[in-house]
Design a protein around this ligand. Structure first.
Ligand SMILES: Nc1ncnc2c1ncn2[C@@H]1O[C@H](COP(=O)(O)OP(=O)(O)OP(=O)(O)O)[C@@H](O)[C@H]1O
Length: 282
């Protein structure tokens, strides 16, 4: 079942001096239980897309369905949005969450549970003004998850986190996926996309330039050189998949000359750079 279906979305920002095409004919769909990563560098239209999907911005043309229909007040009951903060700066972590819990009529046990999962429980009485950017980020995620939404739209959920907290949030997102939640997230981090996303969309200059599962893209863009060996004498050798090369690798292995052996599939970063090479700015 498609939880999100987007068809030919276009959005331009216009002012007196210039028109900026932020989204150019974007189409994709997301299935229940999928994590979709929208990736690309700064300014390619990721936030614009999320703003449209969350009803904060109208597209110029195109359509989308979300959670089985057009966006309405009811949609928000099952939608978790993590974008700009909007936290109550002078209130504590816990009070910020309690306020939202009361609005959604949620038991305060859920607040404590989320604070523990995101490693904020010990800091629960600290005011938002005194939080580090990583702590704020985790608080925002708690607020997004509070009402147990079916669909999460997360704008760079790990952008300000240290490695330990990044791993914790990745684990949390994977757990939510296993529970059947659907997640769309934006990221600049290609490694993150590779590790946690079922599929990724590469955006460039407002257009979808590639879409697919990370491992499928890696196979699709796999270079001719397939294996890289370091010999015990420190020499580096590269091999393709021809019969001759494979026989050479086998001989080196048999003669115990090999120190390390790696396959050379590209990273998502390599693929993105390959796709945009030669692209001009609009
Ligand atoms: N309100 C606006 N008025 C004019 N131009 C805008 C407006 N909002 C965004 N843009 C431009 O539209 C393009 C897409 O912006 P958007 O914020 O969607 O990019 P992004 O991929 O989310 O970037 P980042 O990763 O830096 O958040 C950018 O060139 C941006 O400067």
């Amino acid at each position: 079942m498609d939880v999100v279906q987007v068809s030919e979305l276009c959005k331009k920002y216009k002012n007196k001096y210039r028109t900026k095409i932020a989204l150019d004919n974007i189409s994709f769909s997301v299935k229940k239980g999928e994590i979709l990563g929208i990736i690309g560098p700064s300014g390619v239209g990721k936030t614009t897309l999320l703003k449209i999907l969350t009803g904060q911005l109208l597209p110029d043309s195109g359509q989308f369905d979300i959670l089985g229909g057009k966006i309405s007040q009811k949609t928000y009951e099952n939608l978790g949005i993590m974008m700009s903060d909007g936290l109550y700066e002078t209130l504590s972590i816990k009070y910020n969450l309690q306020l939202f819990a009361e609005i959604f009529n949620i038991n305060s046990k859920r607040v404590d549970q989320l604070l523990k999962i995101t490693d904020l429980y010990e800091l629960r009485n600290k005011k938002v003004t005194k939080l580090s950017s990583g702590e704020k980020q985790r608080l925002l995620l708690c607020r997004t998850l509070l009402h147990q939404p079916q669909l999460l739209l997360l704008d760079e959920p790990t952008s300000r986190l240290d490695p330990k907290n990044t791993v914790a949030i990745h684990e949390l997102l994977s757990k939510l996926k296993r529970e059947g939640k659907t997640i769309i997230l934006t990221t600049h981090d290609m490694l993150e996309a590779e590790q946690i996303c079922d599929r990724v969309i590469f955006l460039h200059q407002g257009r979808v330039i590639e879409i697919g599962r990370p491992y499928e893209l890696k196979l699709k863009y796999n270079p001719k050189v397939k294996y890289e060996l370091m010999l015990k004498n420190g020499e580096f050798l590269k091999f393709t998949e021809t019969r001759g090369d494979l026989l050479q690798i086998s001989a080196l292995l048999e003669n115990k000359k090999v120190a390390t052996l790696h396959t050379c599939e590209p990273t998502l970063n390599d693929i993105f750079l390959k796709l945009v090479k030669g692209g001009k700015d609009k």
